[in-house]
Design a protein around this ligand. Structure first.
Ligand code: PLP
Length: 398
């Protein structure tokens, strides 16, 4: 990860197809297109590869989460349970609909703790949204069970774990809805883009219409289409979809390359008894986009992270002090710094963030380092990197 490391003629040829006929929009202009429907083709191939009945492309991963929530009828005042460790997009997408993000602890999987989820359910809860961070997954069997018991919608955010598998199924295909991002730093990229995945006909129709101003997409005269309900514009362009199409066809190759590089580094780190690795739920196989491990305490983790930075071991993250991915530094959310008025209902719904602490999350994120696994490294580079990572940890621990 990311897929842009290996851009090739495959991506260029797909983009050129689009530029040659000049139709940059995914809908309409049937006569001009010369048979090129990049967004539609990418949707069909996503359905096949990720084993879902329907994929709806949208303009970003953040849009995918908002569209997924809206498609399931989630909005004003509804509570959505999400993890403390994720990307800011998770609460942004929830709040855009006037819904309330309810943050709960993660466990040693670095994703939602099913027990913390159970404890957070209220009569207002409508959905549970696990975020499969850093290439691995939440305990989906436990979350599916909870959703069934409480009649909740399960929305998987697999933006960082496209290509990972849980009990034989691709991530994103297991919940009522799945979301993925095709932004520039993801395992497969379209530059910008995202997708909503679902086996539910109704949710799919909602996503299809809602992401294009409510258009029903019946017939081939766009101007004559009707609007069964209000929508918005979260469309992807043909140019972006063209890049995404070439990248999706390389997903298996990318995962295999990551696995090779990940395994070399993991084997090297395994020699250090103080290093442990994130738990992958039973039946899960990572996408190997990151290697995530735990060190004995916060202080050691900070020292190792700093030494990695100064000694050129790039792309390793100690998320505890990070402002994008972890609750501790989300002051703008805690203080509801909004450009426009936020409803009293949401303000009340977020008041818990003033006082609630997340010791269990701190315990795991404080000791965690997650290192990006790149696609373009040579085997020699991976081995040198692994040696350097090991010797830095040893020098800090001793
Ligand atoms: C990247 C990402 C998103 C949002 O994707 P964009 O395409 O950048 O909007 C959402 N969730 C997670 C976990 C992500 O990593």
């Amino acid at each position: 990860m990311p897929g842009f490391e290996l851009f090739s003629d495959l991506e260029r040829n797909e983009v050129n197809d689009v530029l040659e006929n000049g139709v940059l929009m995914r809908y309409g202009f049937d006569g001009m297109r010369n048979g090129h429907w990049k967004a539609k083709s990418l949707e069909r191939e996503l359905e096949e590869q990720l084993q879902v009945k329907h994929a709806q492309l949208v303009s970003s991963g953040t849009a995918a989460v908002s569209v997924a929530l809206a498609s399931a009828g989630i909005g004003s005042g509804d509570e959505v349970i999400m993890p403390t460790f994720t990307f800011v997009a998770s609460f942004e997408a929830i709040m855009m609909l006037g819904a309330i993000p309810v943050l709960v602890d993660i466990d040693d999987t670095l994703t939602l703790d099913p027990k913390a989820v159970e404890a957070a359910i209220t009569p207002k809860t409508k959905a549970i949204m696990p975020v499969h961070m850093c290439g691995s997954m939440a305990n989906l069997d436990a979350l599916v069970k909870t959703c069934k018991a409480h009649n909740l919608v399960l929305i998987e955010d697999s933006s960082q774990a496209t290509g990972a598998i849980y009990k034989g199924k691709p991530l994103g295909s297991i919940g009522d809805l799945g979301c993925l991002s095709l932004d520039f730093v993801k395992i497969i990229t379209a530059g910008e883009g995202g997708a909503v995945l679902t086996n539910n006909e109704k949710f799919y129709k909602h996503a299809d219409h809602y992401s294009d101003h409510g258009h029903d997409h019946v017939g081939n005269d766009r101007g004559a289409e009707s609007h069964p309900f209000l929508g918005y514009n979260f469309r992807i362009s043909e140019l972006h979809a063209a890049v995404g199409l070439a990248q999706l066809r390389r997903l298996d190759e990318f995962v295999a390359t990551q696995k090779k590089n990940y395994t070399i580094i993991r084997e090297a780190l395994s020699q250090i008894p103080e290093v442990t690795f994130r738990t992958v739920p039973e039946g899960g196989e990572e996408s190997y986009s990151f290697l995530s491990f735990f060190l004995p305490d916060l202080e050691i983790s900070r020292k190792v992270s700093n030494a990695y930075k100064t000694d050129g071991v790039d792309a390793c993250f100690h998320y505890y002090d990070n402002s994008w991915h972890y609750i501790r530094e989300w002051q703008h959310l805690k203080n509801i710094k909004s450009l426009y008025p936020i409803s009293q209902e949401v303000k009340n719904g977020l008041a818990y963030l003033q006082t609630k602490t997340f010791e269990q999350s701190d315990h795991y994120i404080g000791r965690n380092i997650s290192c990006l696994i790149k696609l373009s490294w040579t085997e020699k580079e991976v081995r040198e990197r692994a040696d350097k990572m090991v010797s830095i940890i040893k020098s800090v621990i001793l």
